[in-house]
Design a protein around this ligand. Structure first.
Ligand SMILES: [Zn+2]
Length: 309
């Protein structure tokens, strides 16, 4: 799959690298399938390549045939470590990364670690990673990535250069537009539009009053089904509540009293289950063009009701 929207990011990163300004930690963020893995691999190879291809003043691409490139291709390059997991990333995984980074590079000048889906880190693992980020070794680069930046400790985010990967519809050809799962994905427009902000606030209010038992479900249901961005707004709201429950964030958008009421009504496991349900439904809608949106949203509501009651 092609990711035309990462080309600009490659340009920025390669000129940073060529000028010696690449930070020791990067955090790639974006939806699943948007090109994070592609960008992480491209950058890791470029950093480690002995004779990168030059474009003007900038090293723009690994050569693919130097000793380092060949070892990377065969998966035996000793100064590159990748951590990928669909389950939890535990504290032992992060400790192995720390140990790997503590020794000097065996072949080249620097070591590179790629950790994908860091939202799967346990709390202990996140704290261990934080320590590693606070004590960087010169020359080493950590390339982290996440499907959901809202689930990452702000203290981790703030220690990385953030690279947000977002598809840009204008960069797609007509054919790609039809076939690319992210071509029609909608992102939070930061709610700058007045009408949009009003609808957002209403939906959030109805959701919260329903969840806390102060209003009937039908009022929320009606609004939710008529609002195209409803699911994305809920995703943001629930992830903020989860972070607040973990004391990761004090969000002004959610009143302290309300959070306390939600805390009494829903435990953290239920919130996580609701969040997973939202993500799964969003993914379903973004991936399959033929999905009947109303039906998918109605099914979502049925499952949501079960989780809340
Ligand atoms: Zn090379």
């Amino acid at each position: 799959m092609q990711f035309p929207w990462v080309e600009q990011l490659k340009g920025q990163l390669s000129s940073q690298l060529s000028q010696g300004r690449l930070p020791h930690a990067l955090l790639l963020s974006g939806s699943k399938g948007v090109g994070k893995k592609h960008l992480a691999e491209w950058l890791a190879r470029l950093i480690l390549c002995q004779t990168p291809i030059r474009n003007g003043n900038v090293d723009s691409q690994a050569c693919g045939h130097c000793k380092h490139c060949l070892l990377i291709n065969s998966g035996t390059f000793p100064d590159l470590k990748s951590l990928e997991s669909n389950d939890n990333i535990g504290v032992d995984d992060i400790r192995s990364v720390t140990r790997f980074l503590e020794t000097t590079a065996q072949i080249g000048q620097s070591k590179v670690v790629v950790i994908s889906q860091i939202e799967h880190m346990t709390v202990a693992a996140a704290n261990a990673l934080l320590k590693t980020l606070e004590e960087p070794n010169v020359g080493n680069v950590l390339i982290l990535s996440t499907d959901n930046i809202d689930l990452i400790l702000p203290t981790i985010v703030s220690r990385c250069q953030r690279v947000d990967i977002r598809p840009n519809n204008q960069q797609l050809t007509a054919e790609q537009h039809e076939n690319h799962p992210f071509a029609n994905a909608s992102y939070l427009p930061e709610l700058s539009d007045f009408e949009s902000k009003k609808n957002h606030d209403q939906l959030v209010a109805h959701f919260l009053t329903w969840v806390t038992g102060h209003a009937a479900f039908v009022e929320f249901e009606h609004l939710f089904l008529s609002e195209a961005k409803g699911l994305i707004w809920l995703e943001r709201l629930v992830s903020n509540i989860i972070r607040e429950q973990h004391d990761w964030l004090k969000d002004e958008a959610i009143g302290g009293d309300l959070t306390e009421i939600i805390r009494q009504k829903l435990d953290i496991d239920s919130l996580h289950r609701i969040f997973q349900l939202i993500l799964a439904t969003n993914k379903q809608l973004a991936t399959y063009a033929q999905v009947n949106e109303t039906m998918a949203k109605q099914q979502f509501l049925v499952k949501l009701q079960r989780l809340v009651s």
